[in-house]
Design a protein around this ligand. Structure first.
Ligand code: NAD
Length: 285
């Protein structure tokens, strides 16, 4: 029976540290600020953005929520990003995905000032991550949160086989760089991968971010492996479930994250932590 990684407890610990750091910065006249931008009325996105906004306020971080109609043009959105780039009270800019179809995600990502790119998706920040430059630069929050969980639970990475299922720029790709920088042997799979089971069975560390409910079952997992489930899927019953069949895999894995209560809370805690990092780097270098 696996040890269950408690993402909520670790997130709470990180949030407490963030709260203290904000208070300390406030004494120096620095007030970290985040702007969360949303375009359209996707109900899940609205819930996520409101949660982020509330959490920021709770930790003493100034938060502004910029909500735009679904038919906003790309140029209008770019102008709003430009205003936020120039706004000295804003340290972090987060644009909630998905964006409406008339807007090109990459153009928006590239328009965010790298120093304010709290999602770490600007090519300059991604490039620094892949180049393993130890400068202060933001890293995508979900992957950074996962690395923190692995550290907290003392999971050895060096020389271990890590398999990532899912190749997105938000999760899979930054994780590939982070695990590679930690000297793990990393393989990345996507929907066109042949014989996924054969591959996942080699994983000492298996990270699943495909958005497919119960894609990974016990037969796909090596005994004693660390299994990190990034997926968030809402079933027709309304219940939230991950990409991993938790009940069967927990009997075989060494460590496992639950959904909910695993990666999700860590992503928000990391977002807050990184907002404060950005404020600190901008003011102190
Ligand atoms: P995405 O749709 O951008 O990418 C999914 C990736 O999975 C693709 O690379 C695709 O090739 C791969 N894939 C899809 N089906 C597959 C299959 N059958 N076998 C192998 N690979 C397959 O998704 P994303 O934005 O990376 O999100 C993935 C999941 O993680 C979603 O459920 C999302 O809600 C969740 N998510 C959770 C958090 C969190 O904080 N917990 C953060 C981001 C995303």
């Amino acid at each position: 029976m696996a040890t269950i990684i408690d993402g909520r407890a670790l997130a709470k610990k990180i949030n407490a540290q963030t709260h203290k750091r904000v208070a300390k910065l406030n004494q120096q006249g620095i007030h970290p600020g985040i702007a969360v931008v949303i375009a359209g009325d996707d109900s899940a996105s609205l819930i996520y953005t409101r949660n982020k906004h509330k959490k920021a306020m709770k930790l003493g971080i100034n938060s502004i929520l910029r909500k735009f109609p679904r038919d906003i043009s790309q140029n209008e959105l770019l102008a709003e990003i430009d205003n936020l780039n120039k706004d000295d009270s804003i340290d972090a800019i987060l644009v909630q995905q998905p964006l409406p179809p008339q807007i090109d995600q990459k153009t928006i990502t590239n328009a965010i000032l790298p120093e304010k790119d709290v999602d770490g998706l600007n090519p300059l920040n991604l490039g620094k991550l892949f180049a393993n430059q130890n400068t202060n630069h933001p890293i995508a929050c979900t992957p950074r949160g996962i690395m923190r969980m692995l550290k907290e639970y003392e999971v050895q990475l060096k020389g271990q086989n890590a398999v990532i299922v899912g190749r997105s720029i938000l999760v899979g790709k930054p994780l590939l760089a982070l695990l590679n920088n930690a000297d793990a042997t990393v393989t990345m799979a996507g929907r066109n991968t042949r014989d996924l089971t054969k591959l996942t069975q080699t994983a000492d560390i298996l990270i699943v971010a495909a958005g497919v409910p119960h894609l990974i079952g016990a037969a796909d997992v090596k005994a004693g492996a660390t299994v990190i489930d990034v997926g968030i899927n809402r079933l027709s019953t309304g219940k939230l479930t991950g990409d991993v069949d938790f009940d069967s895999v927990k009997e075989k894995a060494g460590l496992i994250t639950p959904v909910p209560g695993g990666v999700g809370p860590m992503t928000i805690a990391t977002l807050m932590e990184q907002t404060v990092d950005l404020a600190q780097w901008r003011h102190h270098g």
